[in-house]
Design a protein. Structure first.
Ligand code: HPA
Length: 270
């Protein structure tokens, strides 16, 4: 795949200016961040060789290059999910392309179900660690040009970034949770028994994204920050409750201004 990564990187490099060092995956909850990027060059995924197309609800398909918080950034407006039918190599393809473009930091957001009973819809959670229940994206021959066969996962989520975001939150009076994100494939939501199971296993929130990209990013030595917006509560179920994708998106969109502020201030400090 190496030439494919390089071909995509070359096509992007030909259209952007500056040397962005930070990439942001605008997952659920970060829609508004795209509007804060100035002097933006928008490249539809369809114009980047070998890029996939986003099909997921609420996800667009553009790479945005521009200024945020006084820094050059690359933002992915729309990500790829395993449940869409892509392979894990396809889901994580953009991470290696961005590494070739000189990216050193990866910031990601997602929507997640709360399994910690103190979490409420609308809460924001700094991801401090994860439990990966989906196939590992590094399965297969190792590409040594990116990283080692057996990459360390002891401190996946950068402690300095976490400290910075905690400071920014205190300064702005924004309450934050911190916890463990459980990643599984979806697309079905969990049963009440499954939510309870992953809570007992040490999870605080659960979702269908982020960890594949994060593993590939850590393999390639990128510094990572992740945040979840809690869009539903997986620890009590009224008799008539149903999990619904539209409710999840609506809850994520409500958090977008606060989440965008946290991310843009973090970028400014990096
Ligand atoms: N489970 C899995 N993924 C999710 C959820 C959930 O409850 N909410 C938002 N994404």
């Amino acid at each position: 795949m190496k030439n494919l990564y390089q071909e995509a990187a070359d096509a992007i490099a030909a259209r952007i200016t500056g040397n962005p060092e930070t990439a942001i995956i605008l997952g659920s909850g970060l829609g508004a961040l795209a509007d804060r990027i100035t002097e933006a060059t928008v490249i539809p995924y369809s114009e980047i060789p070998h890029f996939m197309h986003s099909t997921a609800l609420g996800h667009k398909g553009n790479l945005i290059c521009g200024n945020l918080g006084g820094k050059h950034v690359l933002a992915m407006q729309g990500r790829f999910h395993y449940y869409e039918g892509y392979t894990m190599q396809q889901v994580t393809f953009p991470i290696r392309v961005m590494k070739l473009l000189g990216i050193r930091n990866l910031l990601v957001s997602n929507a997640a179900g709360g399994i910690n009973p103190t979490f409420k819809v609308g809460d924001l959670m700094i991801i401090r660690d994860h439990i990966n229940m989906a196939p590992n994206p590094l399965i297969g021959p190792n590409d040594e040009t990116f990283g080692p066969r057996f990459p360390d996962m002891t401190r996946v989520y950068d402690r300095e970034f976490i400290r910075s975001v905690e400071e920014i939150a205190v300064k702005n009076g924004i309450p934050l949770k911190k916890g463990v994100y459980v990643a599984l494939t979806g697309p079905s939501y969990e049963t009440p028994a499954e939510y309870a199971f992953y809570g007992k296993a040490g999870g605080d929130a659960i979702g269908m994204s982020t960890v594949p990209e994060v593993i590939v990013a850590r393999h390639a030595g990128l510094r990572v920050f992740g945040m979840s917006v809690i869009t539903n509560e997986g620890y009590h179920f009224a008799d008539d409750f149903v999990n619904d994708g539209a409710d999840v998106i609506a809850a994520a969109n409500k958090a977008t201004d606060i989440m965008s502020l946290l991310f843009s201030e973090l970028v400014a400090r990096i």
